[in-house]
Ligand binder design. Sequence first.
Ligand SMILES: Cc1cc2nc3c(=O)[nH]c(=O)nc-3n(C[C@H](O)[C@H](O)[C@H](O)COP(=O)(O)OP(=O)(O)OC[C@H]3O[C@@H](n4cnc5c(N)ncnc54)[C@H](O)[C@@H]3O)c2cc1C
Length: 549
Amino acid sequence: MPEKTLQSIAFPVLNPDQVSQIANCVAVAPRRCRDGETLVAAGDYSFHFFIVNSGEIEILDYSGDEPKTITTHHKGQFTGDISHLTGTRSVFSAIARGDCEVFEISGEGLRHLLNQCPGLSDIILQAFVARRQLLRESPDFIGIRVIGSRYSADTFRIRDFLSRNRVLFTWTDLETDPQVDQLLKEFGVSEADTPVVSCAHSLLLRNPSNQRLADEVGIHHPLDRSVFDLLVVGAGPAGLAAAVYGASEGLKTAVLDSSAPGGQAGSSMRIENYLGFPTGLTGADLTDRATLQANKFGAHLSIPTAATHLSFENGYAMLNAGDAEPITAKCLLIATGAQYRRLEVEGCEQFEGRGVYYAATPAEALFCRGCTAIVVGGGNSAGQAAVFLAGHSSRVLLLIRGGDLNKNMSSYLVNRIEQTGNIELLRNTTIRQLSGNDHLQSIEIVEHASQKARTVETPAVFSFIGATPHTDWLPPEVERDAKGFVRTGPAVAQSPQWHAGRAPFLLETSRRGVFAAGDVRSGSVKRVASAVGEGSMAVQFVHEYLKEM
Ligand SMILES: Cc1cc2nc3c(=O)[nH]c(=O)nc-3n(C[C@H](O)[C@H](O)[C@H](O)COP(=O)(O)OP(=O)(O)OC[C@H]3O[C@@H](n4cnc5c(N)ncnc54)[C@H](O)[C@@H]3O)c2cc1C
């Protein structure tokens, strides 16, 4: 059988039996539309899903200079993309053309359909994923536009936030893009106002905070204030796995994250040791799929929402996140992971986002084209970053404090580094100084045994050293180890904080009904697979605990 093309997966044609199966499942009858009727307007939230019964639906993109037809759906074809499940704004408009008859299905109806009809669910979800991929790969699609300098930390923050949240956008570099002057004039702003964010012909925001940006582009959904069975804090692999298992097993589940779904794994350019993906997958791909899966099962996602304080009332967890009233839950899962420590070099903060980075993705790789990139750290994430950056820069210097790369890095990565001609490993070496004006220009490195120092010209240092857990928001009832990681199971059985007439469950913290999974847990294996495994397992203990309540 010929392999399906991305186009045919993105735009399948349902046969009449499949269309009637859908109509029966969600109990809808066809309705007529006027020629030119707007079925979905770009920017709409909670828009409906349409199947063409006769006539056509034209899909239009208004984000560029001129409106552009993306595709036209005919009989048996359907509208929509992953925004239906993520709850974000529509990026397109859908207009009825000619003598048109459609089946119109609400967001809730679509979710019901996806859960009740597995065969059709596969076709629709694969189409949604493929449509996004085609858009990402399309050189013509603009989406949201960010105008700002490559040397501005705020421009970097905005780009990083949008790309980690998988928002389709185009960056116009103030320093190099020939369109800049005309665009700034069109929006009535000057270089000093940048970074600015625009959509189509209107200016949306000037140097927005991540929260403001999330509200404007429609990725932020506050949680309702009802009681959740399971509240997951952190949407990395552990949190997303718990969301998928919790929601699919009928628990009223919410997940919140302070920045973006995917956590640390979301910034990995190639995860090669995750079971079932022999050729590896990107963290972004894993995140997209996991988020879609959690949404499909009805988990409530709220991003960016940072947990700031946890307390307990009548046996319920009360979580403060943002300014709103606390969120109430019967069980809480701590899945806030860990973060790389700031590079220990004086003045490092001034170069963060302008030469010092804590992730190596295409966004950062742009800055070291044709230059030397510096990677600091001896773990797998540093190894992956070095290999990835070797494909984008002329040379990569990998700096490790110790003398043996094999100590903390998987051997497949050590081999890859040894085989990559433009990666140079510098053992027993650290950075002593960072220099530059408004962005990093050079560093001074020192080799400890000889105390020999030298200056290296570079626009970008990537740091992957010593992770610290995100646990400062937790109350004393939730016991932590000396480094701040959350203790669970046997490690809290004798804790003075533990007050229950039974032994704690394996992933239960010193506070009954509060669990921890993934990198944030004391003694955890810092891997994607173990985080996913723990997040899934935690749901089993949640069920056990709910039976006790
Ligand atoms: C670049 C890189 C490459 C890697 N490559 C691999 C690999 O190839 N294979 C492998 O097995 N492992 C790899 N790892 C390690 C792996 O990614 C982690 O072990 C895994 O992501 C841990 O998952 P987690 O869900 O426990 O935590 P995290 O991934 O750290 O996610 C925690 C989430 O919690 C959120 N959060 C933190 N504080 C708060 C708060 N107060 N309120 C709300 N949300 C909060 C964060 O924003 C984050 O999204 C890599 C790590 C990095 C950084």
